[in-house]
Design a protein around this ligand. Structure first.
Ligand SMILES: [Zn+2]
Ligand SMILES: [Zn+2]
Length: 309
């Protein structure tokens, strides 16, 4: 079964729904950056499909072998005999929980957050924004997601269906549609709730609403924030001016930044090991931390000159 027709049908559905039932009525179809996001749709939705398939296969084999070595792999899957709909539901819930965990990590681990910033540079929300994310996220999500599915011996049909449902729900979450799902919003993610995940302010915390399909994880684990009667003032992340506007700029930027973060982390560790406090906290002038009396007749050193290193 091919993913491409599903991708086309889902994209077209949300394109039309946003035209017929727009939430923010003044939002144009061809808003700033739509060509770049179309590029992300093509790259992440189409061109990465073969790579995803290869990665999935490799991750599945590795996960299966690893689990078997640990004695955790079941010879007979406990759900293999279930009807396809029940299998799909079980895989969806498990995979969604893993994605919720991984999404948490994307916000909490500095070098992963650098990649995830591409998605959070969204300042105008619509369905195609769902596709603005760095390909490294596919590697992280898909590889880790395979672990529980391998353990349950997922059928290829059920795995494919989970991929389609996740695509559908991702586009839905980002769509310009005024949908909150009423009481079902405590169970399922939706455009109104996901808009708060993209909130630029610190209201309700800087990290909130990590759900992909199910919002119940956020409600269970205390990461839900959703004032239902209003929307965030501004979308994005503080300091998002650092993010290049162009497609290739956004694809390349996290790669260079992540390397710098790794190098800086290594430098800090090295300095900590040598106990060289002049470089661990260079922003505090040395004169302020270790005041010494100037020698008689000598010029005092301006603190600003010491601070600049
Ligand atoms: Zn996020
Ligand atoms: Zn999003």
């Amino acid at each position: 079964m091919s993913y491409l027709p599903w991708l086309g049908a889902i994209s077209l559905t949300f394109l039309l729904l946003e035209r017929v039932f727009p939430w923010r009525k003044g939002q144009p179809l061809l808003r700033r950056g739509w060509v770049r996001d179309l590029g992300f749709l093509a790259l992440n939705g189409r061109f990465f499909s073969p790579l995803i398939a290869v990665l999935n296969g490799a991750a599945a084999v590795a996960a299966t072998q690893g689990l078997r070595a640990l004695g955790l792999r079941l010879d007979v899957s406990p759900i293999a005999q279930w009807p396809l709909a029940a299998q799909l539901l079980a895989f969806l819930v498990l995979a969604d929980f893993f994605q919720w965990c991984i999404h948490n990590l994307l916000h909490r681990v500095p070098w992963l957050w650098t990649f995830h910033k591409v998605h959070h540079s969204i300042d105008t929300m619509d369905w195609i924004g769902n596709w603005r994310f760095h390909w490294m996220e596919i590697v992280v999500y898909k590889t880790l997601q395979w672990l529980p599915l391998a353990w349950l011996n997922a059928s290829s049909e059920a795995v494919f269906a989970v991929a389609v449902v996740t695509t559908l729900w991702g586009d839905f979450n980002h769509a310009n549609l005024d949908v909150g799902l009423g009481p079902l919003g405590y169970l399922l993610n939706n455009p109104r709730m996901h808009l708060w995940h993209h909130d630029q302010s610190t209201e309700g915390g800087t990290a909130k609403n990590f759900g992909i399909v199910l919002s119940v994880w956020d409600h269970l684990f205390g990461t839900a924030y959703w004032p239902r009667e209003r929307s965030p003032e501004q979308l994005g992340y503080p300091g998002m001016q650092e993010m290049p506007e162009t497609f290739h700029g956004q694809v390349l930027w996290p790669l260079t930044r992540a390397r710098r973060i790794r190098e800086e982390s290594a430098m800090v560790l090295q300095r900590a090991a040598t106990w060289d406090d002049t470089v661990i906290a260079p922003k505090v002038p040395l004169t302020a931390r270790h005041p010494t009396k100037p020698a008689p007749g000598s010029e005092p050193v301006p603190s600003s000159a010491v601070g600049k290193q």
